[in-house]
Design a protein around this ligand. Structure first.
Ligand SMILES: O=C(CO)[C@@H](O)[C@H](O)COP(=O)(O)O
Ligand SMILES: [Fe+2]
Length: 225
């Protein structure tokens, strides 16, 4: 059975207090911290890069689940490895020609390679990356258009999750965008085990309660499947 992981998206945190926000999330029961890296080109928004990951790493031992919404992910592997990133998830839409080199490089820097796909990208496009000698170890299914937090969950993306879970029973499948107490059951029953949640966690009066609801939903779905 794949381990449930709840990953609050730090995009919804107070960036001016990133270290204490990270610590607060871990205290609230978060398994991973989801870090959204946007280059203002692949997506129309600009966030943080390796220097911020490096600074945060000095304050936490937590798993830093980095989601690279960038046009040239290969340029980021070395700096992110040095900075202390744990997971490095790139987008399939910009990696068709060099994903093999990318995966190899990510692993050689001690990070876990993942691939993400935008809502309009067919799930079949990630299949080659899950086969062969050097596969990715996680698929991140976007459930909103990448770029911003606080958008509405797209339930039609659950078909992709179902297809992936059927084909790859032990794969880490992450969902990202619009996840919270009202949408988690759809994602959990489709087979997602890694759950990114930004606004629903940071906007809640009791983030620990939301994190535990998300975790329990994944556990329940796994126990009844
Ligand atoms: O990658 C992204 C957005 O591009 C996400 O990680 C969001 O930051 C999730 O935020 P919510 O939809 O949960 O508010
Ligand atoms: Fe993300």
């Amino acid at each position: 059975m794949v381990q449930p992981k709840i990953a609050p998206s730090m995009l919804s945190s107070d960036f001016a207090n990133l270290a204490s926000e990270a610590e607060r999330m871990i205290r609230c029961g978060a398994d991973w911290l989801h870090m959204d890296i946007m280059d203002g080109h692949f997506v129309p928004n600009l966030t943080i890069g390796a220097p911020v990951i490096e600074s945060l790493r000095k304050h936490t031992q937590a798993y830093l689940d980095c989601h690279l919404m960038v046009t040239n992910p290969i340029d980021y592997v070395e700096p992110f490895g040095k900075a202390g990133a744990s997971g490095f998830t790139f987008h399939v839409e910009v990696s068709k020609d060099n994903w093999q080199e990318l995966v190899q490089k990510i692993k050689s820097k001690g990070m876990k390679p993942g691939v993400s796909l935008k809502p309009g990208t067919p799930v079949e496009e990630v299949f080659p990356l899950l086969e062969g000698e050097n596969p990715v170890e996680m698929v991140l299914v976007m459930t909103v258009e990448p770029g911003f937090g606080g958008q509405k969950f797209m339930p039609e993306m659950m078909d992709k999750v179902r297809v992936l879970r059927k084909k790859y029973p032990s794969l880490d499948i992450e969902v990202d965008g619009g996840l919270g107490p009202s949408t988690i059951d759809l994602a959990a029953s489709a087979g997602a085990n890694c759950i990114v949640a930004g606004s629903s966690v940071f906007g809640a009066p009791d983030p620990a309660h939301v994190i535990s609801l998300l975790y329990k939903s994944v556990e329940n779905a796994q126990n009844s499947s």
